[in-house]
Design a protein around this ligand. Structure first.
Ligand code: ASP
Length: 354
């Protein structure tokens, strides 16, 4: 008799516990900000490469992953509908302002941004440097359009929402979730023109992995800023103008001189090797620096740092170095640094900090 009573009481307690968990387990609120890209791409045929990026609206993309509703409460907003080759600074500022508004008004616990892969690393780093929140912001996209055989978009979107919904992702700044890897936006680089493993973090590797609804981190970036960011862009409508000149064997200084004549604030050199350049580039850089253009040496090499005073006498030429940022990321940081100061020593410090 006492055994029956014990079993009955145990069942009642289990049922009560289950009912409480079911009602108290609130799902994280995730807002998806869509900008277009191949993930929203539409092709004429599933077995052909040709397609137009940014055609499919966000509601339709969410509809491809119905079970995501078990992971989070999702809503979507269309910020832009472009291939990311057409991303502009205006779109960056629109994303920045909307993300700030969402977090300030506590409209969501995390944000996913769907974005073309071509400039995803630039948008990601821009937001990583400017968004002052510990809440997760996760970019994703796809290499195959939504109409392709084995489209990778739905899986990447499912994974990105899982990453943004995970408490483990707080305080990690802006992340890129792609092909089951989670990258720091500062380090991630697009490394394939067409393959589904389109991204790498060549210097450090991915921070973590996402698989089957599980998120696991292995690394933490020491360059993370989030709430401590000095780059507050509230009310800003324009950024300083910074361009990139690409060095190659026997390159002339034509591009440098043309950029300098166009009235730029900063210049990044995509140098060879350790940010090196030839005599023509040297003289072009010398002219640009003498005009007051802050010039940063980066490298077209996929990994490694650019060191001060190695083959180029930076003190004499008046140049700075990008540390381990590639040219397109060095441009983002230089634009933001120039919103704070024109002092070269201070800007070099910024490059060694963020
Ligand atoms: N051109 C496309 C874009 O960046 C490529 C992609 O999304 O994979 O929008």
């Amino acid at each position: 008799m006492s055994k029956i009573l014990f079993a009955f009481t145990f069942c009642c307690l289990c049922l009560a516990g289950f009912a409480q968990t079911a009602t108290s387990a609130k799902k994280p609120r995730i807002i998806i900000l869509a900008t277009g890209g191949t993930i929203a791409g539409e092709g004429a045929a599933a077995d052909r490469a040709g397609y137009t990026a940014g055609k499919v609206p966000i509601e339709q993309l969410i509809g491809t992953i119905p079970t995501i509703k078990n992971v989070a409460d999702i809503s979507g907003e269309q910020i832009a509908s472009v291939g990311s080759q057409d991303i502009t600074i205006d779109i960056w500022l629109k994303l920045y302002n909307r993300i700030n508004e969402i977090f300030e008004k506590n409209e969501a616990d995390g944000i996913v941004i769907t974005h073309g892969t071509d400039t995803q690393e630039e948008t990601g780093y821009f937001l990583d440097l400017t968004i002052a929140s510990k809440k997760p912001v996760v970019l994703t996209g796809s290499m195959r359009p939504s109409t392709a055989i084995s489209a990778d978009g739905p899986k990447n979107l499912y994974d990105a929402i899982t990453v943004a919904a995970s408490p483990k992702s707080w305080g990690k700044g802006v992340l890129v979730s792609f092909n089951e890897s989670i990258y720091d936006a500062r380090d991630v680089v697009k490394t394939s023109t067409t393959k589904v493993n389109g991204f790498m973090a060549p210097n450090l590797g991915p921070l973590g992995q996402v698989y089957d609804g599980h998120v696991e981190y292995y690394l933490q970036s020491l360059r993370e800023v989030n709430v401590g960011t000095p780059f507050n862009l509230k009310g800003v409508t324009k950024l300083p103008k910074v361009e990139i000149a690409y060095m190659y064997a026997d390159a002339p200084a034509t591009a440098i001189d043309a950029f300098a004549a166009s009235g730029i604030d900063g210049l990044v050199i995509a140098g060879v090797g350790n940010g090196n350049f030839n005599k023509a580039f040297y003289n072009g850089v010398d002219r640009a620096v003498k005009k007051g253009i802050v010039t940063v040496r980066s490298s077209r090499i996929i990994s490694g740092r650019v060191l001060l005073e190695d083959e180029i006498d930076d003190a004499k030429l008046g140049t700075l170095v990008s540390d381990d940022l590639n040219p397109q990321k060095a441009r983002v940081l230089l634009m933001l640094a120039l919103t704070q100061t024109k002092n070269k020593a201070a800007i070099q410090k910024i490059f060694f900090t963020y």
